[in-house]
Each structure stands twice: as C-alpha cells, then as structure tokens.
Design a protein around this ligand. Structure first.
Ligand SMILES: [Zn+2]
Length: 379
C-alpha cells in the first residue's frame, strides 16, 4: 500500500498525556487539483469517519494503479481532543470541555492580512493573483503561534488544508437529510458536488457567522474579490461543510455509497483518473441560508414532532409541539412550534427534552427571512 502516513503530535495539555493527528496522503504534492478531506471535527459526528474509511480503501487501490492525478490529503478523524472527551459514560465531542468553545468555530479569517500583503501587487493575470493570494494565506497562517492544544489543532488543520482547490469538512446533524453548507460565491460552480453526492439541500452564505472551518478557506477569496473588483480573483477553494445526515446514520452501506460518490466527484474534477459516468440529476436547488428557518422552542418541555425529516412544510404550519407534563389541564399542556418558511424540513433534534430557545429543527425556504440576521448557524 503506497499511501503516506504522517503523525502530528499536539502539545500535551497535562504531563504524561499525548494526542496526535493522523494524516494520509495520496498522489503527488506538486500536482493539482489539490484536495483536502477531513471528518469528525465535531468528534461525536461519526458518519464522516466511516465514509473516509471506505474512501481510503478506494484511494489505496487507485494509488496502486497510478490513478491519482492530483494531490489528496485525508484526515479521517480531525479532532483527537474531542474524541477523548468522555464524561460520566457519555461521549461529548462538539465543544472543547475546558473552554466550552465549539470545535468548529473561531477559525481565523485571514482576509485583512492577505489584503495588506497583496493589495498593491494584484494584477490582471488570474493565475498570478491566485498564486500570490495562496502564498499570502500560507504566510499569514505561518505567523500564527497557537498557545493551547485546541488552538494548535485548529491551526494545524487549516495549514493542512491551505492551498487546496477542494476542501470538504464532513459533519452530520442530529437527525437530518444529506445537506451542505457552501460559500455563496461557490454556487453554481459546485453544483456537480451536490449532484454527485445526492445533496437534498444546499444552503448558501458567504459568511454564516461563527467562523467555521470551511469558511476560513473560502471567505478570503470571496472578500478579496469584493475588495478588489477590478482585479481577476477566482473562488479558488471549493470548501464545504457536508452534513452527512444524522448522528445515528452510521451504516456501512450508506457510507460506502457516499465514498463512491465522493470518488466519482474527484474523478469528475480530474483528481483521479477514470470515467465518472454522467452527472446524476440534482436532488435540490441551492437556497440562501437566510431563507432557512431555524425553529426555536418557545417553552421548555417534551418535544413531539408532527413532521418527519424530508417532509414539505408550509409557512405557519405546525412542525412540533412542546408538552408540559405538569400542566394542570392537559388541554393547555401543548405549545405549538410553527415554521416561518415554506420548504423542506431538513434537520431536527435527537433529544426529546428541550429548553426554551433551543433549536427544534430547520426548514429550507427559498425567500430570505427578516428575522434571520447576525449569526446564521447554531452553535
Ligand atoms: Zn458538526
């Protein structure tokens, strides 16, 4: 087997402890397209790890056949810190427990640093600008000196992905369809990704708030293009957060099929040799993230759904009810939760005891919603 493995140690948080990232590399680092794939940055989101397990077997075979034309880096388990967080028998992988910070927030936006560095040198040659911006992004990252294991993890993952033409961050929701978050300027160029992977919702935002990993790779290109409109600046990194259904959707058959779809997409983009076959028909149109209603619980209680994942929902339709089991009169025990969007009900909670203000689920509408401002993603 000719994949190359690398082990990157994280700084020890306590004496006598050790954590490290495992990185697999395929192809030739001098070649493009350059692809970066990672899973389980939220360490309790397991489906992506199984998908990359299957994909790596396919990439091993492709490497042995000499079929890898580009450069592929795979981090099948991107968060050893979160993977080790067990508390009272439960695995907690979404937040860094010492700081309480979400593992997929706060990835440095390097736009200003890059603009300062290249602003005066940008020219009319798109390839020269692309190379210049990539080098400036690398340099800006190299100047960051992380001071904790968590910060080092974030920094290391960004450095591994820096310069990629395609960077896919594999996550999942609680209970959900197969859907994506994607930079607004990356559509419709990324329509083949959505079609090959069978995405059932594609949610577009240049910047959703919260600075997730994928946006640290795509936002600088979008912002620089806005800042220097008279210079040709491409959207040179197709980065996306792929939500591979729900947390319990960990299934060999589904994961193998997802891996085959990813493999075909990489063939279609010239990363791997071979005929990917015709592009499948898309399962959805992309919609603005501002049009996706995030349904908030108006009260605390027991959560019962009236809609299943994938159902079509109309504006003002009741999606769920919250039941107060202590209500004196059972007739007054139920508080409805309604949608403010018309579209597909694409994700919902797994836990059925809910607090006021917590997200009950999401509906992918098509028209931007007035109440959707500020941060567009849940923490
Ligand atoms: Zn996640």
């Amino acid at each position: 087997m000719s994949r190359r493995s690398e082990r990157i140690a994280l700084m020890a948080e306590s004496p006598g402890t050790e954590q490290f990232l495992t990185v697999f590399r395929y192809g030739n680092p001098e070649n493009r397209p350059k692809v970066y794939l990672q899973a389980a940055l939220h360490a309790d989101e397991i489906p992506g790890m199984l998908v990359l397990h299957h994909l790596c077997a396919m990439l091993d075979a492709a490497e042995d056949r000499g079929d890898i034309a580009g450069d592929i880096t795979v981090v099948p388990s991107a968060n050893p810190i979160g993977l080790a967080q067990h508390v009272a028998g439960r695995h907690l992988g979404r937040y860094d427990l010492p700081s309480g910070i979400n593992f997929n927030r706060g990835y440095a936006d390097l736009t200003d640093k890059v603009a300062d560095r290249v602003g005066n040198d940008l020219c009319d040659d798109v390839q020269a600008n692309t190379a210049m911006i990539r080098a400036a992004l690398d340099q800006a990252l190299a100047e960051i000196m992380p001071t904790s294991a968590f910060a080092q993890l974030q920094h290391t993952l960004l450095r591994l992905a820096s310069g990629a033409d395609i960077a896919l961050d594999l996550h999942c929701d609680y209970e959900a369809l197969n859907y994506f978050f994607l930079g607004g300027k990356l559509w419709p160029a990324a329509a083949d990704l959505a079609a090959d992977l069978g995405a059932e919702a594609v949610l577009l935002a240049v910047s959703s708030g919260g600075e997730p990993f994928d946006e640290a790779l795509s936002v600088p290109w979008a912002m620089l293009a806005d800042r220097f409109p008279d210079k040709p600046i491409p959207q040179a990194c197709l980065s996306a957060t792929l939500e591979l259904r729900g947390m319990s959707d960990v299934d060999d058959g589904v994961a193998r099929s997802d891996a085959e779809n990813l493999y075909r997409f990489l063939q279609r983009r010239g990363v791997i040799a071979g005929d990917p076959g015709p592009l499948p028909a898309p399962k959805c149109d992309a919609t603005p993230l501002e049009a996706a209603d995030s349904l908030k619980a108006p009260a605390g209680g027991l959560l019962v759904y009236h809609k299943r994942i994938g159902d079509h929902v109309e504006t003002d339709e009741v999606v769920a009810e919250i039941v107060d089991p202590l209500a004196g009169d059972p007739a007054t025990a139920r508080t409805p939760v309604t949608s403010r969007a018309t579209g597909r009900f694409y994700s919902r909670c797994r836990d059925k005891l809910i607090r006021p203000g917590e997200c009950v689920g999401n509906v992918a509408g098509t028209e931007p919603l007035a109440h959707r401002s500020g941060d567009l993603i849940e923490d």
